[in-house]
Write a protein that binds this ligand. Structure first.
Ligand code: MOS
Length: 732
């Protein structure tokens, strides 16, 4: 990392006020994985198991094979033998582990023909007893195979000292990601080389998994994904359909397109596990937390343990004399659990932040005040300092903008006709991480700049902020920067998950741009025909297409003139961003305060979330539009979590009952009213040279709890089981 103390490249002087790829998207020219024209492409349809547990005894595929347009029918009985990379079902055995598991693939001339032929398959099963009822199995919960618990102080002694205790269970349902773009892959083989277009959050992960599956070199797998239509975690893992598409292309000996139907997104591509959270908060009369105990149980697929780590953040969010957290799992015949937007924090903040609201009421202390009393000045886990923490500022600013002082502390005090009005708040928090990343930057003879990096844009704004980063560093118009992403031929970058992308890729592009600029300066300094000849390269700077001497700006020439005189070849640099050497000596988190106002109909108990106001400490807000957009998106997810989203499993057969947008409810425009988000904007330069931490996930954290707390403030009804539907309010 080149350190430039006098240089603040991300001071937002070169902001793009529109999305870099916005025009391409609204005019339909931005191509998503399934939209690439590939000659003679065939269509694959994934057939799913209809039992939750057992094995396939036979598949009669005669009729399907002879159906119109069918090229191949692939089943566990005839599928090529592959290495199984991860927890995916790729037809390597006849076991059925969950209802909906991929068990066959039909390849045909068209999608309708593939679907029709799939219906002609006669599949026989040997069924076994399935584990499909979470509540019935809860008593059989077991610790996960790895990790999951933490402890501080003496919980029993702390509890014994307490004046006030909250001891409750909070629960959240299974949820499924529903990005607008479903999972999609086009695969084609060219001899031993594989080309795929894949909808993904990590092109290099797809490359690696496919190479492992087919036992070929990663360099023989080329993955492209210039645009991803939303991921939220489900596209962070390489699921079966990507590998099945490549398998089908090999078997059918032609390019194959495989797009999952919306109903196929519920199970085979990961779910957010449900949580059953037992929380005990014990405090002294002055509000000091003596004990935080958080024990969370979630479902885990029989395929492999995956924990929704709801109790994780409890160990760091507030100070307390003692702490005890644990995770347990209930093994079930369901598809794998996986990351879903703020995995752990989204669900865990529901339990912890509602429990704090209950504690505040018992103590008769304002909810913000209670959080301030227990403010963690250092990371309670190991005593490390925070690289930057402006959470106090978040509480103050958001409370002020929201008008928290007008809140009636007792429930049911605020009324408008037959509407009960309630205010609620919660803390938001998400860890900040980054991964090493490489980028190439070329200053071109025509005055434009090319940036290439093997990351991907999930719709979040990666193109935009990278154009800005290069433009800021060279002092140029971001409109003159061309950004190329989503291709494994580009320098390697990490997956886009855990809110790490911006913090990882911007430093790489920054470094590569600085190095290209230095090379340009050296070119000028060493060129006898340049007015800058003989100057020290470090003294040369660039701005608006010119290179000049810092101390004497009259000594200058245009970059295009300089390059033209020197063989008209691009000035290029590749750089890999390094993580800070002292990174183990501090903790980095993003913080926020989120407030909600609800209106609850006194007769029907219908809830309307009228306003959400959030202030976030995410370090530097790199781009106003795309950054704010992500925070708002996160808060909207919080509304969904509080009021709508729930994957319902049939407890007789383990099937998802509501696998469509008609029945799996997400917030629509009528549910989303005023959302006002701001950033404190104090850079965290200890974390990285941008001063910027991740932003993709923190918006959902705390948001559902703030709404639940507002509903209590409006009605006096405490619903601890999400989503908060009107029947639950009625019965509370
Ligand atoms: Mo995110 S759940 O890390 O895509």
């Amino acid at each position: 990392m080149i350190d430039t103390m006098d240089h603040q490249p991300f001071a937002s002087t070169r902001q793009l006020d529109h999305r870099y790829e916005g025009l391409l998207k609204v005019t339909g020219r931005a191509k998503y994985a399934a939209e690439f024209p590939v000659e003679k492409v065939a269509y694959a349809y994934v057939v799913q198991a209809t039992i939750p547990s057992g094995s396939i005894t036979s598949i009669d595929q005669e009729a399907a094979e002879h159906a119109s347009g069918v090229f191949s029918v692939i089943t566990p009985f005839n599928a090529p033998k592959l290495t199984v990379p991860g927890n995916v079902n790729i037809l390597q055995d006849t076991n059925v582990l969950y209802n909906g598991q991929p068990i066959a693939v039909v390849v045909a001339r068209s999608l309708p023909e593939a679907e029709l032929a799939a219906k002609l398959l006669r599949i026989e099963y040997k069924e076994e007893t399935a584990r499909v009822d979470f509540n019935a199995l809860l008593k059989n919960a077991r610790p996960p195979k790895r990790g999951g618990s933490s402890r501080r102080g003496d919980p029993d002694a702390s509890l014994a000292k307490a004046t006030v205790v909250v001891d409750q269970v909070y629960s959240t349902p299974i949820q499924n990601h529903n990005p607008m773009e479903p999972h999609a892959t086009i695969a084609s083989w060219d001899g031993g080389k594989l080309n795929v277009y894949d909808a993904t959050q990590g092109i290099s992960g797809v490359q690696g998994s496919l190479a492992r599956a087919f036992s070929i070199q990663p360099t023989d797998v080329h993955v492209e994904c210039p645009y991803t239509g939303g991921g939220f975690g489900t596209k962070g893992y390489v699921w079966s359909q990507t590998i099945l598409a490549a398998m089908a292309a090999r078997v059918a000996q032609r390019p194959v397109k495989l797009v999952l139907g919306r109903e196929q997104m519920f199970g085979p591509v990961g779910s957010r596990p449900n949580t059953y959270q037992h929380i005990k908060l014990a405090a002294s009369a002055d509000g000091k937390l003596l004990l935080q105990q958080h024990d969370s149980t979630c479902y885990s697929s029989v395929m492999s343990d995956w924990i929704e780590s709801a109790a994780g953040q409890t160990a760091l969010l507030y100070d307390s004399e003692s702490l005890s957290t644990s995770h347990n799992v209930v093994e079930m015949n369901l598809g794998m659990g996986t990351w879903m937007r703020a995995p752990g924090e989204a669900t865990g903040s529901v339990g912890l932040e509602i429990a704090l609201d209950e504690l505040a009421e018992k103590l008769n202390i304002d909810p913000i005040q209670l959080r301030l009393i227990n403010y963690a000045e250092k990371d309670p886990r190991q005593g490390h300092p925070w690289s930057s923490k402006q959470l106090r500022e978040c509480y103050t600013q958001a409370a002020e903008r929201f008008g928290w002082s007008k809140r009636g502390a007792k429930p049911g005090q605020m009324r408008e006709g037959n509407k009960l009005i309630g205010y609620g708040m919660a803390t938001a928090n998400y860890g900040a991480g980054r991964s090493p990343s490489s980028a190439v930057v070329r200053i071109l003879p025509n005055g434009r700049v090319y940036v290439g990096i093997g990351t991907q844009d999930l719709g979040t704004g990666t193109y935009t902020i990278l154009a800005q980063t290069a433009a800021d560093t060279l002092g140029m118009d971001p409109g003159l920067v061309d950004v190329k992403l989503g291709d494994t031929n580009l320098p390697r970058s990490g997956g886009s998950g855990g809110s790490t992308t911006a913090a990882s890729v911007c430093p790489a592009v920054y470094d590569a741009t600085l190095q290209a600029k230095l090379k340009l300066a050296q070119l000028a300094a060493g060129d006898a025909k340049s007015p800058l000849h003989g100057e020290a390269a470090e003294n040369l700077v660039t701005k608006d297409g010119k290179i000049f001497c810092k101390s004497d700006p009259s000594k200058s020439e245009t970059i295009t003139t300089l390059i033209a005189r020197n063989g008209n070849t691009p000035v290029e640099a590749t750089a890999t961003s390094e993580l800070p050497k002292d990174r183990d000596s501090f903790s980095s988190h993003s913080w926020g305060a989120i407030f909600a106002e609800v209106a609850v109909d006194a007769d029907t108990h219908m809830v309307q979330v009228r306003r959400m106001v959030g202030t976030y400490d995410i370090g530097t807000l790199i781009n106003q539009k795309t950054g704010t957009n992500q925070l708002i998106g996160g808060v909207v997810w919080g509304i969904g979590m509080a009021l709508h989203e729930e994957t319902i499993i049939d407890t007789t057969n383990g099937r998802t009952v509501n696998e469509s947008f008609a029945e799996y409810h997400v917030p629509v425009n009528a549910d989303v009213h005023h959302i006002d988000v701001t950033a404190v904007g104090i850079p965290d330069y200890k974390f990285n040279p941008l001063g910027s931490r991740g932003i993709g996930e923190i918006g959902i954290t705390g948001a559902a709890a703030a709404i639940a707390n507002a509903i209590y403030n409006a009605t006096g009804k405490r619903v601890r089981d999400l989503p908060i539907t009107l029947d639950k309010i009625m019965q509370a």
